[in-house]
Ligand binder design. Sequence first.
Ligand SMILES: *Cc1c(COP(=O)(O)O)cnc(C)c1O
Length: 400
Amino acid sequence: MSTSAISPSPPGMRVPLLDLKPQYEPLAAEIQAAIAKVCASQHFILGAAVKELEASVAAYSQCRHGIGVSSGTDALLLALMALEIGPGDAVITSPFTFFATAGTIARAGARPLFCDIDPASFNISPAAVEDFIATQCEERDRVLVHRASGTRVRALMPVHLYGQVADMESLMGIARRHGLKVIEDAAQAIGSADAQGRRACGFGDIGCLSFFPTKNLGAFGDAGMCVTNDAALAERMDVLRVHGGKPKYYHALIGGNFRIDELQAAVLNIKLRHLDAWSAARKRNAHFYDATFAGAKLGETVMTPRAGAGVRHIYNQYVIRVSDRDALRQHLAGLGVGTEIYYPVPLHVQQCFAYLGGQAGDFPLSERAAAETLALPIFPELAESQLRYVVDSIAAYYRA
Ligand SMILES: *Cc1c(COP(=O)(O)O)cnc(C)c1O
């Protein structure tokens, strides 16, 4: 019996993981006019559209300053550079995240130090960080030192994974007690907030956003932003973004070319006005999934994502946990349902980080998440019939 015979599959039904076209179509004329305006001006670098975007994204994130950059990855790198984190330093982060989180720490010349996640939120566990500091670090002359490597622990880099803020109250407490800087990797979490309504990017020293097309606010290519409440840090990032030249051609600092494009900013200025509605539609879809999985008596088999009480989860991804994940994924692909694994290999066991000495078994909760998680289609424009088809297709797998 073919799998489609056991599921109520409407003919031709397909549910891609993400389809950006229905979001673009209603905005096409407006966006094309904005692009045409930039073309007519021939002002492509750090113009009026970039200024407008920096002000509005900073305000959206409840922060004072925004520095538009070339990508989310470059936002992280620029933040590390602005905080003068480099060789001899270390940064504590999660091993269960996109590569750029730890990749930029290493590119800055510092050492990524991993701590395991909270299995409910998938975000770095404050208790694991506390334990790591208590057992593997020591204060020497008021500097926190990682004993095994001799590096100075300078910062925490929590990730607000899938669109839900990490436990920043606890993490900021740890940072204060140990004199650590905090860089928030908010690439997946623009506008997400804790139960007090405090938004991602405003807790730590610098928040880093990505406008990669798959994020809730996606550009037409690569773009990102650093946001901060610290005027001195904002000024430093503004200068480092243009090779550290201030005035132009006079370099007190070595920076890079980390600029956002004027064309991308023009597109994002229009899209930002719709971001709240898109994030609300993602949440609606998430609630539909939650209720429909529960109604299909799949509550035991499919662990749906858990949003903390009162938090604003923006569902950049809707990630379930299942046993038999890879077989389920294949079954869904056969029925035209797109899924993805974010992320199949935790960073401590990536080949390029072998020099850090990490091994399988070091972070069991991250490793388990890497083996069991599966992202389902959640984009705002999905029809209820498509969401139902996804649930039905998963139900069919576990019934068979
Ligand atoms: C997307 C992402 C990044 C990198 O952003 P880019 O714009 O693709 O460079 C960094 N961290 C996390 C958690 C991400 O999801």
